[in-house]
Design a protein around this ligand. Structure first.
Ligand code: AR6
Length: 166
C-alpha cells in the first residue's frame, strides 16, 4: 500500500504528526520505547501524562510531543503476552484505537513501534501480522482520510517481518 512504509531506526527521530508509545497502564514511563520517548520529549511529557490518570490495555490517549520532532504522542497499552485468545484482540485494539484518536486530532502521519513485542513478550511474527492487518483494514475503511503510516522498527529482523507481511 502506498500509504504504509517501514522505517528502520529510532521512532523518537521521526518528524510526523504523531508517534505511538508502547506504554504501560500507569502512563508514567518505563523502559524500551516508552523510556526513549520520555527521555527525548522531556519532563513536560511526564507532567501531562500525570493528568491522564492511566490507560487500559488496548486503549489510547494523546499528548503533545514537546521536545520531539513529532507534534503528538499517542500512548497505547499493549497486552502482556499470555497466549490467551484476548491477546490478539487487545493488540488489534491498540492499533485501531490509536488510529481513531489520531484522526480525531487531525493527525495525518503516524509512526507505530512494534507494540508488545519487547518487554511484554508478544511473539514478533504474530504481532507484526496483527499490526499490518489492522492498519490495512483501518486505511481501507477510512479511504477518504489522508493518513500515512510508518512501522518503526528498531532492528532489521522486525523490519523484515513487516516487509513480508506488507
Ligand atoms: N524506536 C522504535 N522502536 C523501539 C525503540 C525506539 N526507540 N525502542 C524499543 N523499540 P517495548 P512493550 C522496540 O519493550 O513490549 C515499557 O517499560 C522494541 O525493539 O518498548 O509494549 C513500558 O513502560 C520492540 O520491538 O514495549 C511497558 O511497561 C518494541 O519497540 C512495557 O515496556 C516494543 O518494545 C511495554 O512493553
Amino acid at each position: 500500500m502506498a500509504n504504509i512504509r517501514i522505517d528502520l531506526g529510532d521512532i523518537t527521530k521521526l518528524q510526523v504528526d504523531a508517534i505511538v508509545n508502547a506504554a504501560n497502564k500507569s502512563l508514567l514511563g518505563g523502559g524500551g520505547v516508552d523510556g526513549a520517548i520520555h527521555r527525548a520529549a522531556g519532563r513536560q511529557l511526564l507532567e501531562e501524562c500525570r493528568g491522564l490518570h492511566g490507560c487500559e490495555t488496548g486503549q489510547a490517549k494523546i499528548t503533545k510531543g514537546y521536545n520531539l520532532p513529532a507534534k503528538h504522542v499517542i500512548h497505547t497499552v499493549g497486552p502482556i503476552y499470555s497466549g490467551s485468545a484476548e491477546d490478539p484482540v487487545k493488540l488489534a485494539d491498540c492499533y485501531r484505537n490509536s488510529l481513531d484518536l489520531a484522526a480525531e486530532n487531525d493527525v495525518h502521519s503516524i509512526a507505530f513501534p512494534a507494540i508488545s513485542t519487547g518487554v511484554y513478550g508478544y511473539p514478533k511474527s504474530a504481532a507484526c501480522e496483527i499490526a499490518v492487518n489492522t492498519v490495512k483494514t483501518w486505511l481501507e475503511e477510512h479511504s477518504g482520510y489522508e493518513m500515512q503510516v510508518i512501522f518503526s522498527c528498531f532492528d532489521a529482523r522486525t523490519a523484515e517481518l513487516y516487509r513480508q507481511n506488507l
